[in-house]
Design a protein around this ligand. Structure first.
Ligand code: 16G
Length: 243
């Protein structure tokens, strides 16, 4: 219920109420929520206020709209903590979900100068370029492109790329995968991303660039991933270190 005497804006109170109902499982993914008119009447507030609350919750990924049908409760986002270097396969299994991949491209290429520098290889050195849609329980989560020097994943085939790349290389690397740096920025899905991820063009995505290194410092891969912003959030744990 909204409290008109409260200093908190009414749209914000309504957002909290809807989020609570989702937390309490009174509203579950796929449920149609009441219409703007119904909310407005129930709470004695304006439809404009209701619209603002609902738009915010759509933008935050709690709800989604379907043209001509109404507004529904979305699945909970996958929460990805960012303090360990894990593979997509490990992440999904840890959550009790079934990982799979749809292979979009598998090629051996000569890398560009910029990529060669980042991978610390000669630009003539062959590298795998592997583009995959990563799915969890059959739902597309990310479009991922990896560039890995052939030398570090000898014998890799399309077949292997359907499974876990980290599993494939685990036994044969000169030293284990150890460290990664990710840069995350927001973006809007281009044509190819929207097709691969099953979202309208221009939908919000989280663009991640990752450089991964082995324990001996050898660069292992360059990755560019586009994650669906409505299905994913990244969590960073921090400590305050006093000096
Ligand atoms: C993760 C990594 C990626 C890695 C992949 C291997 C990002 C941002 N991070 O998705 O660097 O190549 O896992 O997963 O994409 P796999 O072992 O399941 O193939």
């Amino acid at each position: 219920m909204v409290d008109k005497q409260s200093p908190l804006p009414i749209y914000f109170q309504l957002e909290e109420e809807i989020k609570n109902r989702i937390d309490q499982k009174e509203l579950v993914p796929g449920d149609l929520i009441p219409s703007e008119r119904e909310f407005a009447e129930q709470h004695g507030i304006s439809r404009m206020t209701v619209r603002q609350a609902i738009s915010d919750l759509v933008n935050e990924g709690y709800l989604y709209r379907q043209k001509g049908k109404g507004t529904f409760v979305a699945r909970k986002k996958i929460e990805q903590p960012l303090h360990r270097v894990t593979s997509f396969t490990e992440d999904m299994i840890a959550r009790g979900m079934k990982p799979s991949s749809r292979l979009v491209r598998f090629e051996v290429v000569s890398v560009s100068d910029q990529t060669a520098e980042e991978l610390a290889v000669e630009s003539s050195e062959p590298a795998y370029e592997i583009k995959r849609v990563r799915l969890a329980d059959g739902l597309p989560m990310a479009l991922e492109t990896n560039i890995i020097p052939v030398r570090l994943a000898e014998g890799l085939t399309e077949e292997h790329a359907h499974g876990s790349l980290y599993d494939y290389v685990a036994g044969s690397l000169p030293s284990p995968i150890d460290y990664a740096r990710q840069v995350i920025e927001s973006s809007a899905a281009h044509e190819s991303e929207s097709e691969a991820l099953g979202i309208p063009k221009g939908s919000p995505i989280l663009l991640i660039r990752q450089n991964t290194y082995l324990a001996d410092g050898t660069p292992f891969e360059l990755v560019k991933s586009a994650y669906r912003a409505d299905r994913y959030k990244f969590i960073i744990d921090m400590h305050r270190i006093s000096d």
